[in-house]
Design a binder for this molecule. Structure first.
Ligand code: PGA
Ligand code: ZN
Length: 412
């Protein structure tokens, strides 16, 4: 009993109006579970392959009908009849059938949809919340990293840095941290209005003003924090530079696309060091490019004892790359995005490996999201400690925060 009886998929839209997959899985006992797959814009080169149709007549080539067909056809054939509680076996079968290193034959988006839906069906069959099913230890609510200013590829503004975030590190509970964040967000909005800046939002719900520089944005966040009445112990700043986006691999230089600068890796590290010295920044993500391991090593040597250095494009949720990073003393934290690797099993393995090796873990959304809140349960179940799922704005982001509020109440 509790076997996979059928799997279906639908081409739906993500928060950017781009097509993605929604997978529905039914067991022989009639349990029906659905999961949706997110999609990134600033993707790492080594991410598992998101299968797109490349049919210029549909969605500018971005359709996912082939991935839908793969779910309903070969992938269903592969997992049909498997016990819903055997997550590893389910994922392994799909990996084997795909047969490629990066899931490019059947699509990581297709595979992940089934993988997540299977876990949800299993939790539903056991009649327990998803976070209980996914976690063996006591659940732990994460500290949110709230992305209040968007730049880089996520906004058509002047800012090179992709994300400016608040971390409510001193909040006594998740709910309080979220309240602080929402209050900070409103105060920031007021300050932007006062300055005649746009208060329209970017892909992840943060504001997308045309500020003069990274430093100007940091100054504004400091002012926001002060106006909101929070101390440096309560609220800190974090940046995601997504530096792979502005790294010239041939020249081995960081070159501004929106603003004018050109830095060697050493200069980029010096620049980051300077930012950390001048602002209360305690977390930097992708401050160096994924291809610049030398820069990463230097950065870790210079800043790794002081602040959190998160590898996103650098590790792409791949345990093998993380292993290399640990060996090479690169970064001290990892961003976890299930769709970078393509199965729940591999995601969990990567999280556990990071934790065993003292690397901090941050569970993350993608810039293209759906209303699915799977990652909220994942963060709680794995005791990740941190979650990054956008601003306190836009329902696809809020869905995750609201889910965390519900979980916190449930386990209280
Ligand atoms: P992405 O951005 O989903 O566009 O990759 C998120 C991030 O870089 O953290
Ligand atoms: Zn990132």
């Amino acid at each position: 009993m509790s076997k996979i009886a059928s799997v279906d998929a639908l081409e739906i839209l993500d928060s950017r109006g781009m097509p993605t997959l929604q997978v529905t899985l039914t067991t022989d006992e009639g349990v029906i579970a659905t999961a949706s797959v997110p999609s990134g814009a600033s993707t790492g080169k080594k991410e598992a392959c998101e299968l797109r149709d490349h049919d210029p007549k549909r969605y500018g080539g971005k359709g996912v009908l082939q991935a839908v067909a793969n779910v309903c056809g070969p992938l269903f054939q592969a997992v049909s009849g498997l016990c819903i509680f055997e997550q590893e076996a389910i994922d392994q079968r799909m990996i084997q059938l795909d047969g490629t290193k990066n899931k490019s034959r059947l699509g990581a988006n297709a595979i992940l949809g089934i993988s997540l839906a299977a876990a949800r069906a299993a939790a539903m069959t056991k009649k327990i919340p998803l976070y209980r099913y996914l976690g063996k230890e006591e659940p732990l609510l994460p500290c949110p990293m709230i992305n209040v200013i968007n730049g880089g590829r996520h906004a058509d503004n002047s800012l090179e840095v992709q994300e400016f975030l608040f971390r409510t590190v001193g909040a006594p509970s998740f709910a309080e941290g979220l309240r602080w964040s929402a209050e900070l967000f409103q105060i920031l909005k007021g300050l932007l209005k006062e300055r005649g800046e746009a208060t329209s939002v970017g892909d992840e719900g943060g504001f997308a003003p045309n500020l003069a520089s990274t430093e100007a944005a940091c100054e504004l966040l400091l002012l926001t924090r002060e106006k909101a009445g929070f101390s440096s112990r309560e609220v800190t700043l974090a940046l995601d530079l997504a530096a792979s986006e502005f790294y010239d691999e041939i020249a081995r230089r960081y070159v501004g696309r929106k603003s004018k600068f050109s830095r060697t890796p050493q200069e980029q590290v010096a620049y980051l060091k300077n930012l950390v010295e001048n602002y209360p920044i305690d977390s930097l993500e992708d401050g160096l490019a994924e291809g610049d391991w030398e820069g990463w090593r230097l950065c870790t040597k210079e800043l790794g004892q002081r602040i959190q250095l998160i590898g996103d494009d650098l590790f792409v949720t791949h345990k093998a790359i993380l292993q290399e990073g640990i060996r090479e003393k690169v970064a001290n934290a990892i961003l976890i995005k299930p769709n970078q690797v393509g199965t729940l099993t591999e995601t969990l393995e990567c999280i556990h490996y990071a934790q065993e090796n003292g690397y901090a873990t941050v569970i993350s959304h993608r810039s293209g999201e759906t209303e699915d809140s799977f990652i909220a349960d994942l963060a709680v179940a794995t005791r990740a400690g941190q979650i990054k799922t956008g601003s306190v704005c836009r329902s696809e982001r809020i869905a995750k925060y609201n889910r965390l509020l519900t979980i916190e109440k449930e386990i209280a």
